[in-house]
Ligand binder design. Sequence first.
Ligand code: OSB
Ligand code: MG
Length: 378
Amino acid sequence: MLIEKVVIRKMKMDLKFPFQTSFGTEQERLFLITEIHSGNHVGYGECVVNANPYYSEETVSTAFSIIKEFLLPLILGKVLQHPDEANEMFKHIRRNNMAKSTIENALWDLYAKTQNKPLAEVIGGQKSEIAVGVSIGIQETKEDLVIKVKELLDKGYQKIKLKIKPEKDIDYLRNIREIFGDIPIMADANSAYTLEDIELFKEIDKLNLIMIEQPLSHDDIIDHAILQKDINTPICLDESIHSVEDARKAIKMGSCKIINIKIGRVGGISEAIKIHNLCVEHNIPVWCGGMLESGIGRAFNIAITSLPNFTIPGDTAPSSNYWERDIIIPEVTMDAKGYIQIPTSPGIGFEIDQEALDLFTLELFEFTKDSLTSNHAS
Ligand code: OSB
Ligand code: MG
């Protein structure tokens, strides 16, 4: 694959509903889409950053400058045989995983297209469909949450994740258990608590949740190990895991029994596969987390979920859960039993809705080896 040209688009898409977590509320997504051009093929990638450095340290602007100043000079004009080479080439650049993942994923799409095979097949996926869950943002009242849960259960989701934060936790969760009985629910705290909240965790432990995601600090694996000893509910790590090395240490410490793999958070598909394989060895089930992706990022999440150890439904809801109009054709759909079919066409397996892509593009930049030019989209 000769890397001839890279296009980066700064994008803005309005969510159907505001999405509230313990670190803030998002009503729109500001992110990047990358195109890598090689011969007749174009590979697409999504940078799953947020506008603010609240979930992770990266933002749209930091990712843009890391890609432009450090990643593109390493690949433009070069010939790559396989996307794994990018993972190696980017290694000496510390962190900035979402930026790295954007380029690496576009290379994976490009590679799969040059092989004329679906991405899921190229990475060793073994499923034809994936089980789907959904993440519900924090609601104003307990009653609002009940309405949402009812609506999403009726749609067929196989796992429902409830975001929690102090004051909107045990009462909300208990109420859902009382009303809906033994449904597959879990909670995600996005690091909103400390070990001082042990009494709260003991109450939550009685609710028999599938797991509790990232209850403690975003950079911790010590306190999580202490907490895991005191509760039966499996702890799942999200924010704390940035690499296969992080996963190895967390498993060794007993900090979690489940890992949420987000391709962007770990720096790309190659690293995500390494974490998946490590977890197979240690009997740690994994599932695919979400970052409110557009259809392009979502397609990568669907592909990675085809690996065998993704045994828990992921936050890979269909396009209509987020967008009035997505940027892929067809949009991602889920059947009434809560499954998404893995696409069978080459690469990410979806066409790009060029009109929608342009519509949501704020700015467009083109880079070649010889020229660093920028044009503003209309
Ligand atoms: O913690 O998993 C999270 C969205 C943005 C940032 C962090 C998280 C989330 C979600 C949404 O839970 C999952 C989705 O894409 O539906
Ligand atoms: Mg999370």
